[in-house]
Design a protein around this ligand. Structure first.
Ligand code: PEP
Ligand code: MG
Length: 318
């Protein structure tokens, strides 16, 4: 069965009624790009760059970063490579980027806040991304966005470095939607972003006010909570005004129960664990957009994630 699925995974993914859904892979290391393409990835929707240099005591130089990014771009053979700017802090300590001790590290210097506070590293990273060949395959994704001004600040840096490198136009810059504020203000963010990618792991943590790594609450940290789904719907609505693509790169995209609901909420790209690509593509091909939308409507009205998990995908047409 797995072989049949893998053969199907090589095709572009369309729902049963012809709606196109792109299926990308989440990557953290070189070598994984080749595996992802062999599983049917149409590109990389999230490169977790903070995983690339974990064993080091000093910050990676522009050249070292470029070498890693170029290797992965080459593995993807010209398919898009969405590179997330370093997402330090919270659950991702970076040895070469010591951060001050905080009472609430998940609510403090995290993600792009760190980058903007320490712009040297951000400059080097942006330059490395701009130098990936062929120009345009690599795109920039900003983690942990809470406000329009953060994306504007990154864009200004990207424009500055693009000019210095003699690029005609800057490459695409997108925001991760991981805070409730970003979801609610998606329409404003859409004006300064080329694309959105929803990080359901953090969005769930911040919406439910439940630590994603705390075993005491782990069973309730579920992206299918109707509160989280409502924010995903708001993101898709906000994006629609400027026709921005909405992807999901958090764990929910790799969850066969969640994937059809995300599509029904207006998500058109799923970035998943490479090994899950055949299953997710195979599942989506059996469903229509109308079924996914009906399922999403029911999910939004459910009382709990547990109840959402009992909804029957097929019952949408019954
Ligand atoms: C997320 O938060 O959903 C996400 C994709 O980013 P990470 O898991 O790396 O925080
Ligand atoms: Mg995250």
């Amino acid at each position: 069965k797995r072989e049949t699925l893998r053969a199907a995974a090589k095709r572009d993914c369309y729902l049963a009624d012809g709606a196109r859904i792109e299926v990308f892979a989440n990557l953290g290391h070189s070598g994984e790009g080749t595996l992802a393409v062999s599983e049917g990835a149409e590109g990389c929707g999230l490169l977790r760059t903070e995983f690339l240099f974990l064993d080091r005591a000093t910050a990676p130089s522009e050249e070292e970063q470029l070498a890693e990014y170029q290797t992965i771009a080459d593995e993807l053979g010209g398919k898009p490579l969405i590179i997330r700017l370093f997402d330090a802090g919270g659950d991702k300590p970076m040895p070469y980027l010591p951060l001050p001790a905080e009472d609430n590290p998940f609510l403090g210097l995290r993600g792009i806040r760190v980058g903007l506070a320490k712009p040297e590293l951000l400059h080097a990273q942006i330059r490395a991304i701009l130098r990936v060949k062929p120009y345009g395959v690599a795109r920039i994704m900003v983690p942990m966005v809470a406000s329009v001004s953060e994306v504007e600040a990154v864009r200004a840096l990207v424009e500055e470095e693009s000019r210095k490198l003699g690029r005609e136009a800057p490459i695409e810059v997108g925001a991760m939607i991981e805070t409730p504020a970003a979801a609610v203000t998606a329409a404003q963010l859409a004006r300064v972003c080329d694309f959105f990618s929803i990080g359901t792991n953090d969005l769930t943590q911040y919406t439910l006010a439940m630590d994603r790594g705390n075993p005491a609450v782990a069973k309730d940290v579920d992206a299918l909570h109707p509160g989280v789904l409502g924010l995903i719907r708001m993101t898709a609505e906000g994006a629609a005004s400027d026709r921005r693509t909405v992807a999901v790169c958090g764990g929910a995209a790799s969850d066969p129960v969640a994937a059809p609901i995300l599509v029904g909420l207006g998500v058109t790209e799923l970035s998943v664990a490479p090994a899950m690509i055949p299953e997710i593509k195979g599942l989506l091909e059996t469903l229509t957009l109308e079924q996914c939308r009906a399922l999403a409507e029911k999910a939004l009205k459910a009382d709990s994630a547990a109840q959402v998990r009992t909804l029957d995908k097929g019952s949408a047409t019954a």
